[in-house]
Design a protein around this ligand. Structure first.
Ligand code: SF4
Length: 231
């Protein structure tokens, strides 16, 4: 595990802020629809980016950015994450973390230390189907713990679901809804087949827009706010 990428400036990934992006390699899932298969399956193909180099870049951009988005791969697997975030906060920058929620212990520690300002947690499918996202068992208790941490509301967050046909159907939206009942914000986004980790997904038809809107109506029965992206 290590940092595999850095992008100096983005207006897209941290709404309302100009941010730099840091990408960690490696993941504890192998979602068929993953759009970063290189970072997940073979992170060793990319050179390591030393933490010191990232901090140097952030320092140089300090006057032009408001925050840092930490993504991957799955950043919470890397023991360098918390030390990096401590340094980022020392620069007085906001932090958004993208995570699959399967390392709640790391999330809890980061929250307890005040290292996060925003969390985007991916809900992939119905909890009972998470085994389909990986070759081995997936710790659903851990996911539930992470969801509880978010719903406690200490920091801004969004729950995020990519509506992959076959993996996210109405029944799956209901099952995810039960998991996040009472949550603040759930984003349903359209699936873009190209670049998927699994070849067989690259040619499939995404759900029609009206179906995603119908899913949003279902999701609205569980959380305060639902929005759709990518239609
Ligand atoms: S989609 Fe996210 S959780 Fe799934 S394999 Fe890719 S990086 Fe990991």
């Amino acid at each position: 595990m290590s940092i595999k990428g850095f992008q100096g400036t983005s207006l897209l990934d941290f709404p309302g802020r100009v941010a730099s992006l840091v990408f960690f390699g490696g993941c504890n899932l192998t979602c068929a629809f993953c759009h970063n298969p290189g970072l997940v399956l073979d992170p060793g193909q990319y050179p390591d980016y030393p933490v010191e180099a990232v901090l140097e870049q952030l320092h140089a951009r300090r006057r032009f950015i408001d925050g840092v988005v930490v993504s991957g791969g799955e950043p919470t697997l890397d023991p360098q994450l918390l030390p990096l975030l401590r340094e980022v906060k020392a620069l007085d920058l906001a932090v958004k973390l993208d995570t699959n929620g399967l390392r709640p212990d790391v999330l809890e520690r980061a929250l307890a230390e005040g290292l996060l300002d925003c969390i985007a947690l991916d809900l992939k499918t119905a909890p009972a189907r998470y085994g389909e996202l990986h070759g081995g068992p997936v710790d659903i208790d851990g996911l539930q713990w992470s969801v509880r941490l978010l719903l406690a509301g200490a920091v801004d967050y969004e729950l995020r679901t990519t509506c992959v046909p076959g993996l996210v159907e109405e029944g799956d939206v209901r099952a995810m809804g039960e998991l996040v009942r009472g949550g603040r914000k759930w984003v349903l986004q359209q699936f873009v087949p190209g670049h998927s980790l699994a070849e067989e997904l690259r040619e499939i038809e995404p759900h029609p827009a009206e179906m995603i809107r119908a899913f949003a109506g279902v999701a609205g029965g569980y959380v305060d706010g639902v929005s759709v992206r990518g239609l």
